[in-house]
Design a protein around this ligand. Structure first.
Ligand SMILES: Cc1ncc(COP(=O)(O)O)c(C=O)c1O
Length: 395
């Protein structure tokens, strides 16, 4: 049996999204900037997609800018707020230690350019509070950027409360909603969000396309200079097939959100209950404020990478929190941020489900994960030391 349980990394495209893209390759293929009829038909399709995306977020179409994905949207949002702040002499930014690298690396670049960044501590349960944000805001704060839901441990932040705190303090609020869009109800107005990033391939749309919501009146900075597309804020001929696919996928995900969440949450909870039976294991992140499809565990005494490879051999495609960078194995910054020690963070597993997964697939995962964990533990010197008392168990 082949089980794809890595939907936080990317999803398969829905049939609806694929069908929505096809006419824009060879039928409506005009350039939306062209004045002739084929161009104007493409322009209409572009604006129709913008309206669809806007409706799903509760904003106006003109507040949506299409991008090449979540990373670009994050970069543009953060750089825009930083530039605006710098013009007013405000160079302090608040974020968290467990953001995606699209945010963290952008903030590192800004630190090199003279900005000061406060990374809020994340609680053990994977949440930050609006009170923490309130206490960190200073007169020179020009941006708060906090992710809607975490990609590794699935925790959902109190976005509306954080938005309200930012609004009261007059500080722009950006949220990376790449893992949330299409999976959780979002209302940018009610949640007081000024800037929001999303990415199509996380909700059964195509890769390489995303969107940035920008509250009306907020001055955006261009990352890409050139033509006047996207109201002059993002140059380059629009990826119309991708944008049509994204809009169709988002509309479909939003229309089916409740039913999908119900189905996926039930599978998630069965997996969590089952995997908890493995001794010396722990669930990462809050059980209540959690994305419907996220299952994240640490297993003591094993390496996440080996676990992944053996699971792959058993037909289960999953992910680990660790990232193998240039030959050295770094434990995930997310797991370290919630207080997992290095040894434990190395033995992590993320299974991320979607509505295309089945109960039979959950059964298969529940059968193979305990076997593979035991197999790896049997040959692990660390596990031997734990069992003989040379080392103390942490979990
Ligand atoms: C939370 C989060 N932000 C940003 C990104 C980057 O999105 P993209 O792959 O569209 O650039 C991802 C992708 O994994 C993500 O999970």
């Amino acid at each position: 049996m082949q089980v794809y349980a890595d939907n936080a990394a990317t999803t398969k495209m829905s049939k609806t999204a694929i069908d929505a893209m096809l006419p824009y390759f060879d039928t409506v293929y005009g350039n939306p900037s062209s004045l002739h009829t084929p161009g104007q038909k493409a322009k209409e399709a572009l604006e129709d997609a913008r309206a669809t995306v806007a409706k799903c977020l509760g904003c106006e179409p003109r507040e949506i800018i299409f991008t090449s994905g979540g990373s670009e949207a994050d970069n543009q949002a953060i750089r825009s707020a930083a530039r605006l702040g710098a013009r007013k002499g405000k160079k302090h930014i608040i974020s968290t230690a467990f953001e995606h690298h699209a945010v963290l690396h952008t903030l590192e670049r800004l630190e090199e350019e003279g900005f000061e960044v406060t990374l809020l501590d994340v609680h053990e349960n994977g949440l930050v509070t609006a009170q923490q944000v309130k206490e960190a805001i200073r007169p020179d704060t020009c941006l708060v950027t906090i992710m809607y839901a975490n990609n590794e441990i699935g925790t959902i932040q109190p976005i509306a409360e954080i938005g309200a705190v930012c609004k009261e303090a007059g500080v722009p609020f950006h949220t990376d909603a790449v893992q949330a869009a299409g999976h959780l109800p979002i209302d940018v107005k009610k949640e007081h969000i000024d800037l929001l990033s999303l990415s199509a391939h996380k909700f059964h749309g195509p890769k390489g396309v995303g969107a940035l919501y920008v509250r009306r009146g907020f001055p955006l900075t261009n990352l890409i200079e050139g033509g006047a597309q996207e109201r002059g804020k993002r140059a380059g001929t629009e990826n119309l097939p991708g944008i049509r696919g994204m809009a169709a996928a988002l509309a479909e995900s939003c229309a089916n959100m409740e039913a999908n969440a119900q189905k996926v949450t039930a599978m998630r909870d069965r997996l969590i209950q089952g995997l908890r039976q493995i001794p010396h294991s722990a669930v990462n992140g809050d059980l209540e404020h959690r994305l419907p499809g996220n299952v994240s565990f640490c297993f003591e005494g094993i390496e996440g990478e080996s676990l992944l490879l053996l699971l792959d051999a058993q037909g289960v495609a999953a992910s680990s929190g660790s990232a193998c960078t240039s030959g050295s194995l770094d434990p995930s910054h997310v797991l370290l941020a919630i207080g997992r020690v290095h040894d434990v963070a190395h033995g992590s597993l993320r299974l991320s489900l979607c509505e295309y997964n089945t109960e039979e697939e959950v059964d298969h995962i529940l059968e193979v994960v305990p076997q593979v964990v035991q197999y790896l533990r049997n040959m692990s010197p660390v596990w031997r030391d734990l069992q003989t008392g040379k080392r103390q168990y942490i979990l």
